[in-house]
Ligand binder design. Structure first.
Ligand SMILES: N[C@@H](CCC(=O)N[C@@H](CS)C(=O)NCC(=O)O)C(=O)O
Length: 181
């Protein structure tokens, strides 16, 4: 019998969305359990690390977004065919994720001063990392290697979050190959 999947995450995109997107891409049915902030304090202690997302497979909870995405990438054959392809995929994912970590941290930061510092940091990261991802995409047609991989799905979710979290800035305007995706 096929395993059962349940994604537990907040009711927004963030770290949960690439997991939901990979399962959807693969046509794998899953329970989409969306937690409201007000309910979080009582749910937090029931999760393995006190954080979300959690992916339950046959009722057992697994954590950490990127390992979960990597697992689903393998399951859906959206991984590399050798170690060097996997390295290129992991590298593209980490480039995307470096920017998102800063963007998510900024979103949660209460101090305006620190928020501005994090925005400067994010702009610096985007200048280097989006340039490199654009170059990859121009060369390969995809973000990591010359076919679609789980890195492309992680990037798609990241693209949307970066656009949303930068409120009106279009971080991709200068990058036609990334914008085409
Ligand atoms: N390294 C973890 C980080 C998870 C994380 O920071 N989750 C945030 C939401 S995106 C969270 O659970 N925040 C609520 C809390 O820490 O109480 C991952 O990648 O899954």
């Amino acid at each position: 019998m096929a395993p059962s999947y349940k994604v537990i995450h907040f009711n927004f995109n963030g770290r949960g969305e690439p997991i939901r997107m990979l399962l959807t891409w693969g046509g794998i049915p899953f329970e989409d359990n969306r937690i409201e902030w007000v309910d979080w304090p009582k749910i937090k202690p029931t999760t393995p690390l006190g954080q979300l997302p959690v992916l339950e497979i046959d009722g057992k909870g697994y954590t950490q977004t990127l390992p979960l995405c990597r697992y689903l990438g393998r399951l859906l054959k959206l991984d590399g065919k050798d170690m060097l392809e996997d390295l290129a995929i992991d590298s593209a994912v980490e480039m995307t994720w470096d920017m998102l970590r800063t963007a998510y941290k900024r979103m949660m930061e209460p101090s305006e001063e620190r928020k501005n510092q994090l925005l400067d940091k994010l702009h610096g990261q985007m200048t280097v990392l989006l340039e490199k991802l654009e170059e990859n995409t121009k060369k390969n047609g995809y973000i990591a290697i010359n076919r679609i991989t789980w890195a492309d799905l992680v990037f798609l979710c990241g693209y949307e979050d970066l656009e949303n979290l930068l409120f009106g800035e279009n971080p991709f305007a200068k990058y036609p190959n990334l914008s085409e995706k």
